[in-house]
Design a protein around this ligand. Structure first.
Ligand code: CTP
Ligand code: MG
Length: 452
C-alpha cells in the first residue's frame, strides 16, 4: 500500500464559554500571535503532516480567513465550518476526507504548546495501532464527588489525563462516528472507540506543557510558557547547507565563537571572525558596520551573523565599579543590538539568519550575576521582538542557550571545574550551525551535554 497521508485536524469551532471573553479563546493573542496561529504553526512545522484541515466557527470565519491570508500557510487545504459540539466538528472534518484510508490527528486548537515530539510519536504509533491517544499521569489524586461528597477514589496509578491529538486510521474513526450518530454527546473521539470497543487505544506520553487554554487564568500561564519556552536543537538537521555560506562571527577568536568558526570552515563555509583582536569593537556601531561592509565587498553577500562575544564578571553591585558595569552592558547587550541592526540590510538580501547567545541564568536573576544575567534576559527578549519585526524580510533570529560550557571566559571566572561537568564548546558549535539552517525563529535553543 502507498504511504498513508497524515492529516492534522485542528478543531477551532468552539466559543470558549468557560474562558468568557468577547472573542473565543483561540483568537486571543499570546506572545504576539493568536492561539490559533501558534497551533497551526506546530502542524505546519511537522515534517510528517501532509495536510491541515481547520474547523472554525462560522460566526468567526472572517477572523480565521484574515489570519490565513496574513500568514500564507502551506499545508491548510480545507477551512470548514464546525458544528454545535466538538464531536460534530470532528465528524465534519473526518467526513471531508475522501481517501480510502489515511491517518488523522485530531487536535484541540486551544492547545498551542503541542510539541513536535508528540506529533512524531503519534505518527509512529499509528504504524502499529489504529487508535492513539495522548495522556499524562495525574500528579493530583482524582476523586469522584457527588453533592460535595466523595463517593470513590479510583487508584491513581491507573488514571491518566487525556490530552490531544487523538489519532486514528480514518476508516476506524469514521465508523465510530457513524455508530454514534444518534447516541449522546462525547467530548472526545477516543471515547467513541472505547465505548463501541472498536480497537485498543495506544497511549503516547503527553506533556505537562500541552495545556488546554480553558479558563481566563490559563492565559497567564500560557504567556509565561511562551516567554520561557526553549527548544532543543534539531539533532537530525544536516550541516550540508553550511557549504559556501558566508558567515560572520563576532567574538570569534576564542571559546564558542572559535569552535563555530572551525566547524563552519570544515563544512566549507567562508568565515570572517571579528573581535577586538581583529580591530572590531562591537560596542561601536560604526566599527560593526565597517566590518560587515568589508566582508560584503569581498564576498558579495552575507548569509549568517553570529554574536558570541560576551563578558562574565561577578560581584555585588555595590562593590563593582560603575564604568566596569557599563562596559559589561555595552559588550553583552548594546553589542548585540549593534550587530543585529548593522546586519539587517545584508540579511534582507540573502534571507539569512542571526544567532545571539544567552545563558541559563537569563530566566532568573541571581546574586553576584546581576549585570550578566540581566543582559542575557535582555537578549532573549530582544530576539523575540526582532523575530517578529524581521519575519516579513524572512530573516530569522534565535538565541543559543548553552549549559555551563568549558570556555576561556568560564575558566577565567570560575577556575578549573570537575571534568565532565561542563558542556564542550564543540557541541555548542554544532547546535549553533544547525540552528542557522532550520526555519526556527524567535526561539531559545537549549544546548545540553550529550548523554554518554
Ligand atoms: N471545539 C470545536 N467545535 C465545538 C466545540 C469545541 O471545534 N463545537 C473545539 C474548541 O475550539 C477547542 C477544542 O474543541 O479548540 C476543545 O474544546 P473546549 O476546550 O471545550 O473549547 P470550547 O468548547 O470553545 O470551550 P468551552 O467548553 O469553555 O465553551
Ligand atoms: Mg467545550
Amino acid at each position: 500500500m502507498d504511504k498513508l497521508k497524515n492529516y492534522g485536524i485542528i478543531l477551532a469551532s468552539g466559543t470558549g464559554s468557560r474562558y468568557n471573553t468577547d472573542i473565543p479563546k483561540q483568537f486571543v493573542k499570546i506572545a504576539g500571535k493568536t492561539v490559533m496561529e501558534h497551533t497551526i504553526e506546530v502542524f505546519e512545522a511537522a515534517a510528517d503532516i501532509d495536510e491541515i484541515i481547520l474547523v472554525i466557527n462560522p460566526d468567526y470565519r472572517h477572523i480565521a480567513e484574515d489570519l490565513l491570508l496574513k500568514n500564507n500557510y502551506k499545508k491548510i487545504t480545507k477551512l470548514l465550518n464546525g458544528g454545535d459540539t466538538r464531536k460534530e466538528s470532528s465528524y465534519i472534518a473526518i467526513s471531508s476526507i475522501e481517501d480510502v484510508e489515511a491517518n488523522v490527528l485530531i487536535h484541540d486548537c486551544a492547545r498551542p504548546f503541542l510539541s513536535q515530539r508528540i506529533i512524531n510519536d503519534c505518527v509512529e504509533a499509528l504504524k502499529t495501532y489504529n487508535a492513539v491517544d495522548v495522556a499524562i499521569p495525574s500528579a493530583d489524586t482524582i476523586v469522584k464527588v457527588k453533592d460535595k461528597v466523595i463517593y470513590s477514589i479510583p487508584n491513581r496509578a491507573e488514571l491518566q489525563r487525556g490530552q490531544t491529538p487523538q489519532c486514528f486510521k480514518l476508516s476506524l474513526i469514521k465508523k465510530a462516528h457513524e455508530l454514534s450518530r444518534n447516541d449522546g454527546n462525547f467530548t472526545d473521539d477516543c471515547g467513541l472507540i472505547v465505548k463501541y470497543d472498536l480497537s485498543d487505544v495506544y497511549v503516547v506520553d503527553g506533556e505537562g506543557e500541552n495545556i488546554k487554554i480553558t479558563y481566563p487564568e490559563d492565559i497567564f500561564m500560557a504567556d509565561r510558557l511562551f516567554q520561557l519556552r526553549s527548544v532543543l536543537c534539531p539533532d537530525e538537521q544536516s550541516l550540508n547547507g553550511i557549504k559556501d555560506k558566508v558567515i560572520v562571527i563576532f567574538g570569534g577568536t576564542s571559546g564558542i565563537g572559535k569552535c563555530i568558526e572551525d566547524l563552519a570552515l570544515e563544512c566549507g563555509a567562508k568565515v570572517f571572525s571579528a573581535s577586538t583582536r581583529t580591530g572590531c569593537d562591537i560596542t561601536s556601531f560604526d566599527s560593526v558596520c565597517k566590518f560587515l561592509e568589508n566582508v560584503n565587498s569581498q564576498c558579495g553577500k552575507i548569509d549568517y551573523v553570529i554574536n558570541s562575544a560576551g563578558i562574565l564578571k561577578m560581584g555585588k553591585l555595590l562593590e563593582r565599579d560603575i564604568e566596569d558595569i557599563k562596559n559589561d552592558i555595552n559588550v553583552n547587550y548594546i553589542g548585540s543590538i549593534n550587530v543585529v541592526k548593522a546586519s539587517i540590510p545584508y540579511l534582507q538580501k540573502t534571507k539569512g539568519a542571526v544567532l545571539l547567545f544567552a545563558s541559563s541564568s537569563y530566566t532568573r536573576g541571581r546574586a553576584l550575576y546581576s549585570t550578566y544575567s540581566s543582559t542575557k534576559a535582555g537578549i532573549v527578549n530582544l530576539s523575540q521582538a526582532l523575530a517578529e519585526e524581521l519575519a516579513a524580510d524572512d530573516i530569522r533570529i534565535n538565541v543559543i542557550n548553552p549549559e555551563r560550557t568549558a570556555t576561556p571566559m568560564r575558566f577565567k571566572a570560575f577556575g578549573k571545574e570537575p571534568e565532565g561537568s561542563l558542556l564542550q564548546p564543540e557541541v555548542v558549535a554544532e547546535a549553533s550551525l544547525k540552528t542557522l539552517l532550520t526555519n526556527l525563529t524567535g526561539q531559545v535553543i537549549d544546548v545540553r551535554r550529550k548523554a554518554k
